[in-house]
Ligand binder design. Structure first.
Ligand SMILES: CC(C)(COP(=O)(O)OP(=O)(O)OC[C@H]1O[C@@H](n2cnc3c(N)ncnc32)[C@H](O)[C@@H]1OP(=O)(O)O)[C@@H](O)C(=O)NCCC(=O)NCCS
Length: 178
């Protein structure tokens, strides 16, 4: 898959230089890729956008993605047992977002610390916007229409329509729905 996107990208770059159009316009072709042809994700909706750098590290078969979702170059690590990632419709990410559903047991040492892993589900509800560089940890739910600021590390659940930011992410406001 990585090769496919890379090749496709370089083709688009060349094409864009030739025709003096922007890569943004040409990346439209990539945005039409339906991931299910390339990854073993559990479920993938329509019009799911990815870009070079997108990676599934663990547990592709525990990941579901809705319709009209933009994952850009995210890293998704769902885990193989209790971990899962659900990304609902109209969710979109900035660059280099990481969803990390797994953690190591720091009470262990050496090889046991590496091997002893626990996992918890991540749920990103409909329409949420996850800013560039954000990290979302296992067990977290991001509410519907919520916003996670760039560079945030989300360690607690985020309410519907909340805007959170920082490390650790804190509520900065609610979106006015009037
Ligand atoms: C979260 C965000 C949307 C908030 O925008 P906003 O409503 O205009 O926020 P404001 O500029 O009014 O900031 C409100 C407060 O939150 C803080 N803040 C805003 N974004 C922050 C962030 N990413 N990390 C930490 N603090 C942040 C501000 O410093 C400010 O703090 P203060 O009240 O102590 O001065 C925006 O800051 C952001 O992070 N955008 C993501 C950009 C991105 O990832 N783009 C990629 C394209 S998808």
């Amino acid at each position: 898959m990585k090769n496919f996107i890379t090749q496709k990208n370089s083709f688009l770059v060349k094409l864009s230089q030739k025709k003096k159009k922007t890569i943004i316009i040409l990346s439209f072709f990539i945005t039409q890729i339906r991931l299910k042809y390339f990854f073993k994700l559990k479920k993938v909706g329509k019009l799911v956008k990815i870009f070079t750098g997108f990676r599934v590290f663990h547990g592709a078969n525990n990941i579901t993605v809705g319709n009209n979702v933009n994952l850009v170059d995210a890293l998704l690590s769902a885990g193989d047992n209790n971990g899962s990632i659900e990304i609902q419709d109209y969710v979109f990410f900035g660059h280099r977002v990481m969803l990390l559903a797994r953690k190591h047991d720091y009470n262990e040492t050496l090889q046991n610390r590496q091997d002893d892993i626990s996992e918890a589900p991540i749920l990103i509800k409909k329409g949420a916007w996850i800013g560039s560089g954000a990290i979302i940890l296992g067990g977290i739910t991001i509410g519907e229409n919520a916003v996670v600021g760039a560079g945030s590390i989300v360690t607690k659940n985020v309410a519907d329509n909340a805007v959170v930011a920082g490390n650790p992410a804190k509520l900065i406001k609610y979106i006015n729905q009037d």
